[in-house]
Design a protein around this ligand. Structure first.
Ligand code: HPA
Length: 279
């Protein structure tokens, strides 16, 4: 059986043969947010199912395609749809694409997700810059023998989310009249949504939003030396003192509604990147 590293190498070779120019930036979109990369000039479109070794996203509202092309003069790869632990994928499977991106030479990873708001100052449809995260999944993609060619055994996580990129997102939002929140994302395994007692716990430990993705990919990306920008769309807000059912249909609808705002921010960030950020 092929090992993980061989599979990453095989997928990288496949993509290199199909993509005109190697990407500098990867945009990874989550629930209902695939539309946020519409301004990409697409030169290659591949379905995940046609990419060797790629897992297939089993979640509704994830397209399951990889697009390569350019945006604002930068070489971009966009992954519309990600993989989650709750689908039954392992941490290594969830982060397989991040390793392929590393091998392709990607320097910046921009992730978006849908998240539940915990901070009662947040409103449905708000976009939150992820300032930091709390990994409560019980999984970590770096468990096992460390692959030294990929990164350090004990990667520093003191600034996992790049401050300059977050600053660019903030200034882009101000320029385009979009109101941005900023906060801490708690990553859970899911798929059951949070109980009111869990919501109180998450607020107590300092989380502003909660979701079932992102933290695995960010850990792998930081290990890989990439700079990370994370953006959460707040699709519902949890009030533990007045618990109300959250519907998945509503979550998807809110995420879709906020996708144009997200797209504006991503486009502006890419446009304003200076070359130093890509070293
Ligand atoms: N919890 C977890 N994930 C989510 C939520 C939530 O309330 N909303 C959107 N994704």
């Amino acid at each position: 059986m092929k090992n993980y590293k061989q599979k990453v190498a095989e997928t990288t070779r496949f993509l290199k043969a199909h993509i005109e120019k190697l990407p500098e930036i990867c945009i990874l979109t989550g629930t209902g947010l695939g539309e946020s990369v519409e301004s990409l000039n697409i030169s290659t479109l591949l379905e995940y199912k046609d990419i060797p070794n790629f897992p297939v996203s089993t979640v509704q509202s994830h397209f399951g395609r990889l697009l390569a092309g350019s945006m604002q003069g930068r070489r971009i790869i966009a992954m519309q749809g990600r993989f989650h632990l709750y689908e039954g994928y392992t941490s290594l499977e969830v982060t397989f694409s991040v390793r392929v991106m590393q091998e392709l030479g990607v320097k910046i990873l921009i992730l978006s997700n849908a998240a539940g708001g915990l901070n009662l100052g947040f409103k449905t449809g708000d976009i939150m810059i992820i300032a930091d995260h709390i990994n409560l999944t019980g999984s970590n993609p770096l468990v096992g023998l460390n692959e030294e060619t990929w990164g350090d055994r004990f990667p520093d996580m003191s600034s996992a989310y790049d401050k300059k990129l977050a600053g660019l997102a903030e200034s882009s939002a101000t320029k385009t009249g979009i109101y941005l929140q900023k906060g801490v994302y708690a990553g859970l395994k899911g798929p059951s949504l949070e109980t009111p007692a869990e919501v109180r716990f998450l607020k107590t430990i300092g989380a502003d939003a909660v979701g079932f993705s992102t933290v695995q990919e960010v850990i792998a990306a930081v290990h890989a030396g990439m700079k990370v920008l994370g953006l959460s769309t707040i699709t519902n807000v949890h009030n533990p003192d007045a618990p109300a059912p959250a519907s998945v249909e509503e979550i998807i609808a809110v995420a879709k509604g906020a996708a144009p705002k997200l797209e504006t921010i991503i486009k502006e960030v890419v446009r304003n990147l200076d070359d130093n950020e890509l070293n």
